[in-house]
Design a protein around this ligand. Structure first.
Ligand SMILES: Nc1ncnc2c1ncn2[C@@H]1O[C@H](COP(=O)(O)OP(=O)(O)OP(=O)(O)O)[C@@H](O)[C@H]1O
Length: 255
C-alpha cells in the first residue's frame, strides 16, 4: 500500500515536472514496467513527440537497479544505429533518474499481431528479421547485447523496424563456452539475442497460422516450414548446433 502511494506521489511529481518545464506538455502514460515508467510528451513549439522514461519509485534506493538504469541511458547515448531512440535529456526529479528520447511512431509487433491481427508471410517475416539483424549486428559490434528482443520491444513504422528498451542490456561476455549454456535467456553474450530473434521469427510466422484441429503440436509440425528454414530457426533456438557468431547467423538467413 505504501509503495503504491509512493508511486502515485512520483507520478504526480513527474507530470508536474513535465508541465512546468515550459517546453513540453504531458500527453499520456505509455507503460508501467517492472523497472520503469514511460510517459509520452509533446514539445509545445514543434509539436514533436518524446518519451520520458523514469525509474520506478520502488527502485529509488536500489544501487544495482539504479546502475542498470544509468547504463541503459549510456548505451542509448552511443547512438549505435538510426533505428534506436536517441537520448535528448537526462536528469533527476527528487532523486529519481529519468531520460528523454525520441518517440518512435508506429506500433510494437505485439500490438500489430495481437491487437490488429496483422499477418506476415514467410518472405515478409524473413525480410523483417534481416532488418532486425542489421540493428543487432551494430549493437554487437559495440560489444553490447540487448537481451530483451521481445515483440513489445520491437516496433514497425513505415516498414522500418525499430528496437527500444535497453533495460536488460549489458556488455558482452566473450569467454562463455557456447556448449555449456543451459539457459539462453540468461546468457550475457550474442546467443541470447539470436535466441530471441528465433522467437521473434516464430511470432511472425505464427501470425499466418490457423489451427486445423484442437490438438496442440510443436511449432515444427504446426508451421510445416521448408526444412532449410526450420533448421535455421532450430539453430537460433539452440535446438541444433549454435551459430558461432551473429554475422554467421545473419549471413545464413534463408532469404
Ligand atoms: N522511444 C519510444 N518510442 C515509442 N514508444 C516507446 C518508446 N519507449 C517506450 N515506448 C513505449 O512505452 C512502453 C514502455 O516502455 P519500455 O518498454 O521502455 O519500458 P517498460 O517495458 O515498461 O519498462 P521496463 O524497462 O521496466 O521493462 C513500451 O511498451 C512502448 O510501447
Amino acid at each position: 500500500m505504501l509503495q503504491h502511494l509512493y508511486e502515485i506521489k512520483y507520478n504526480r511529481l513527474f507530470i508536474d515536472h513535465i508541465n512546468q518545464s515550459n517546453k513540453y506538455k504531458f500527453l499520456d502514460t505509455l507503460g508501467i514496467g517492472s523497472f520503469g515508467v514511460a510517459y509520452l510528451l509533446q514539445h509545445k513549439l514543434t509539436n514533436k513527440k518524446y518519451v520520458l522514461k523514469r525509474l520506478r519509485a520502488k527502485h529509488k534506493n536500489k544501487a544495482s537497479t539504479k546502475y542498470n538504469f544509468q547504463q541503459e541511458i549510456a548505451f542509448l547515448q552511443k547512438e549505435m544505429h538510426p533505428n534506436l531512440p536517441t537520448v535528448k535529456e537526462e536528469g533527476f526529479v527528487k532523486g529519481l533518474p529519468f531520460y528523454m528520447m525520441d518517440f518512435i511512431e508506429g506500433h510494437t509487433f505485439e500490438h500489430l499481431i495481437f491487437n490488429k491481427g496483422q499477418t506476415f508471410s514467410v518472405h515478409e517475416s524473413l525480410t523483417l528479421v534481416k532488418q532486425l539483424f542489421e540493428i543487432v549486428l551494430t549493437i554487437h559490434d559495440h560489444g553490447i547485447v540487448h537481451r530483451d528482443l521481445r515483440i513489445p520491444n520491437i516496433l514497425l513504422h513505415h516498414n522500418k523496424l525499430y528496437v527500444i528498451d535497453f533495460g536488460l542490456a549489458c556488455y558482452m561476455k566473450e569467454s562463455t563456452n557456447i556448449d555449456t549454456i543451459k539457459n539462453p535467456k540468461k546468457a550475457e553474450n550474442y546467443i541470447i539475442d539470436l535466441y530471441y530473434i528465433g522467437h521473434f521469427l516464430l511470432y511472425l510466422l505464427y501470425s499466418n497460422y490457423t489451427p486445423h484441429d484442437k490438438k496442440e503440436r510443436c511449432w515444427q509440425e504446426e508451421l510445416q516450414l521448408p526444412l532449410y528454414i526450420q533448421h535455421y530457426i532450430e539453430r537460433l533456438l539452440l535446438i541444433k548446433r549454435a551459430f558461432p557468431d551473429t554475422r554467421t547467423a545473419y549471413e545464413a538467413l534463408p532469404l
